[in-house]
Write a protein that binds this ligand. Structure first.
Ligand code: ADP
Ligand code: MG
Length: 645
């Protein structure tokens, strides 16, 4: 029978170190956090050889009493917890009492400290857990900890060290996280004697952010301040012009602690849905404050992950806070498209402040509801084209127009019209005349379902069967017809789903579909939500499902294919299989499939119907797939390009 014995302290410490101290940057993190917990106002971090040769951290915090030095490096010894209950009300960065013991076990550590009441500092040297006697030394109030020969007695760990440069990169990241979390602490970082960062205390968080991430990020920041009695979320998010291909620039601080949290990252992604290209992730710097009693920080050795008592409420507060902000902001679509015109970024303008708002944006539900149903009355001041206001462009597109058979481009030069920019001031007056027929031979599609009434005016024209060209008060707009229609449908479907009024097509003969076990499990788990969107499914034995209805709008597409496509992103692990994602996937897909495509010829009425829903391309610059919906050229910019001003 194997004998059970207690492990020697050194081995216990090494095991703990294995969890907590992965690389030099982990030491920097732990020591910096200790300095912050000690109330330091100034901390200097000095590194040699990426931290493999030396890590020295000096703070002006409360210091450690001579009699406590040995305890400080003992395992499971801490000044930060007293009662059992304290574990569920942690207000310090540390509490496990493991870091110093672990680090001392796997390095040569010098711990020098002085408290305010003593005249002398005291020094404790430990080599691989072996302590030397404490001796007095000189030094200011505070603590200095020096670590040399990290991992000298754990060769496997040592072997995994990367180059000094790589390790330094990790050190800088660890430093950055603490520096961002504590802007009122003066922090210094030196490498090889060179100052990398000298960060004086600041009241302005954005200053620190600028120091680390430069003007491009700092200039794109929008402030967030969303507080209620339970949660406070403050800080900055970058406007969609700045994004990253990974989520490393999502700095979330929970009660002063840098954390990574999948749910919150997901919430951020949701908030930016439609604003960023697919595969791009938002950049943010957010402080979240909640009652420490409502979060468990003891779930991860380095505490980078936490468990919220009510993660759903933080999720939705973050989402709605950001959404509200975006709807209230003039987001600049800094779209660059060489194919359009060689323009500078400024050519693409922000939504004009004077543009009619889609609604008073107060939250996600409002946002969802502020969509396409209320449009005809919203656009009277928006009348781009008028016969009174035409000027001839004899060669512009005449030949190509003929081959494109676009009703707005007549082969006859005299009827090829464009609104003249310099007459723009007159548009308002002209809108008084309701009957504006642009070109007499326009083939009107009387049966168009988009036709609202006989007096409808045309708001723009189609080019290349894929883009719609129009204008608004301040300039010219080119709209991607597919992206816009998709966006409109998405909002309509969202409304219908919310009001449970989506049209459903019942199948005379239910369709059977064979699914993999994982697909089947997911489908059945979300049977009710699928039903809300019109996909009625039932288990049919074994690996077979029966589909008896599907969303009417998807006529022509196999119901089985719809189901599979909706489940796919969640099964491949790309998305969390939850209600929100499932619904969004369904709505995206329906919108995408049902929308007009690039290449579809549209009737004038269809074009007008699309363009009437201007808030769809103004408020949201991207279709659900993240491509831009519209490009804006300001009149000033056009005037400049034509050298009028
Ligand atoms: P923890 O931070 O979880 O308490 P550590 O092993 O990191 O555990 O530190 C042990 C103890 O040593 C701390 O509780 C604290 O009392 C003391 N200590 C560590 N670093 C410092 C410091 N820089 N200034 C003052 N006290 C410190
Ligand atoms: Mg600690």
């Amino acid at each position: 029978m194997p004998t059970i014995r207690k492990l020697p302290v050194g081995l216990v410490n090494k095991i703990a170190a294995g969890e907590v101290i992965e690389r030099p940057a982990s030491v920097v993190k732990e020591l910096l956090e200790n300095s912050i917990d000690a109330g330091a106002k100034q901390v200097e971090v000095s590194i040699e050889g990426g931290g493999i040769d030396l890590i020295r951290i000096t703070d002006n915090g409360c210091g450690i009493d001579q009699s406590q030095l040995t305890l400080a490096v003992a395992p499971h010894a801490t000044s930060k917890l007293r009662e059992d209950d304290d574990l569920f009300d942690v207000r310090t960065l540390g509490f496990r009492g493991e870091a110093l013991a672990s680090i001392a076990e796997i390095s040569h550590m010098t711990l020098r400290s002085r408290i305010a009441d003593e005249d002398s500092a005291y020094e404790l040297i430990i080599r691989g857990g072996e302590q030397e006697p404490i001796r007095p030394t000189s030094g200011p109030v505070g603590t200095t900890i020096e670590i040399r020969h990290l991992f000298f007695n754990t060769p496997v760990r040592r072997k995994f060290m990367k180059s000094a440069q790589t390790e330094m990169g990790h050190v800088v990241e660890a430093f950055t996280r603490v520096a961002l979390a504590y802007p009122h602490v003066h922090l210094l970082l030196l490498s090889g004697g060179r100052v990398l960062h000298d960060l004086p205390p600041t009241e302005r968080w954005s200053e620190r952010i600028r120091t680390f991430f430069g003007d491009e990020v700092a200039d794109a920041l929008m402030s967030i301040d969303q507080r209620d009695d339970k949660v406070s979320i403050r800080g900055y998010v970058a406007d969609p012009s700045v994004s990253r291909s990974n989520n490393r620039m999502q700095y979330l601080f929970l009660n002063g602690r840098y954390i990574r949290d999948r749910a919150l990252q997901h919430s951020l992604g949701e908030a930016y849905r439609g604003l960023l290209m697919v595969g791009r992730l938002p950049v943010c710097f957010l402080h979240i404050e909640i009652d420490p009693k409502t979060v468990d920080v003891n779930v991860h050795p380095t505490k980078v992950e936490v468990r919220f008592e009510d993660s759903g409420s933080i999720y939705s507060r973050l989402l709605s806070g950001l959404r509200t902000k975006f709807l209230n902001s003039n987001l600049v679509a800094k779209v660059r498209s060489e194919a359009v015109l060689p323009l500078e970024a400024e050519a693409f303008r922000a939504i004009p402040a004077s543009a009619p708002e889609a609604s008073s944006p107060t939250g996600l539900l409002d946002w969802a509801k502020s969509s396409a149903s209320n449009l005809p009355g919203r656009v009277p001041e928006f009348r781009p084209f008028s016969d009174n206001n035409r000027f001839s462009v004899p060669n512009l597109g005449a030949n190509r127009a003929a081959t494109m058979e676009d009703p707005f481009f007549s082969p006859s030069p005299s009827t090829a019209t464009l609104a003249r920019p310099s007459h723009a001031e007159n548009w308002e007056a002209e809108t008084a005349s309701p009957e504006i027929r642009r070109v007499d031979n326009v083939p009107m599609d009387e049966t168009s379902s988009h036709s609202i009434d006989g007096s409808k005016r045309h708001l723009g024209f189609q080019i290349h069967n894929r883009y719609l060209v129009t204008e608004d008060e301040t300039g010219m707009v080119i709209v991607d017809q597919h992206a816009l229609h998709e966006r409109i449908l998405y909002e309509q479907i969202k409304n219908k789903v919310l009001s449970k009024s989506l049209d459903v097509q019942n199948l005379l003969v239910p369709e059977t579909i064979t699914l993999a076990a994982s697909e089947m499990a997911l489908a059945l788990e979300y049977q009710q939500i699928l039903a809300d969107i019109g996909l009625t499914i039932e288990p049919f034995g074994g690996d077979t499902l029966l589909i008896s209805s599907y969303p009417a709008i998807l006529q022509g597409i196999s119901p089985g294919e719809v189901l599979r496509q909706v489940l796919e992103p969640m099964l491949s692990g790309g998305k969390k299989p939850d209600v929100r994602n499932l619904l969004d996937e369904l709505m995206n897909m329906i919108a995408c499939k049902a929308a007009v495509k690039a290449g579809d010829r549209l009737t004038p009425d269809e074009i007008s119907s699309l363009l009437e829903q201007r808030e769809m391309y103004q408020d949201t610059h991207h279709c659900p797939h993240g491509r831009p919906t519209a490009l804006f050229f300001s009149r000033d910019q056009l005037d400049k390009m034509f050298k009028r001003i």
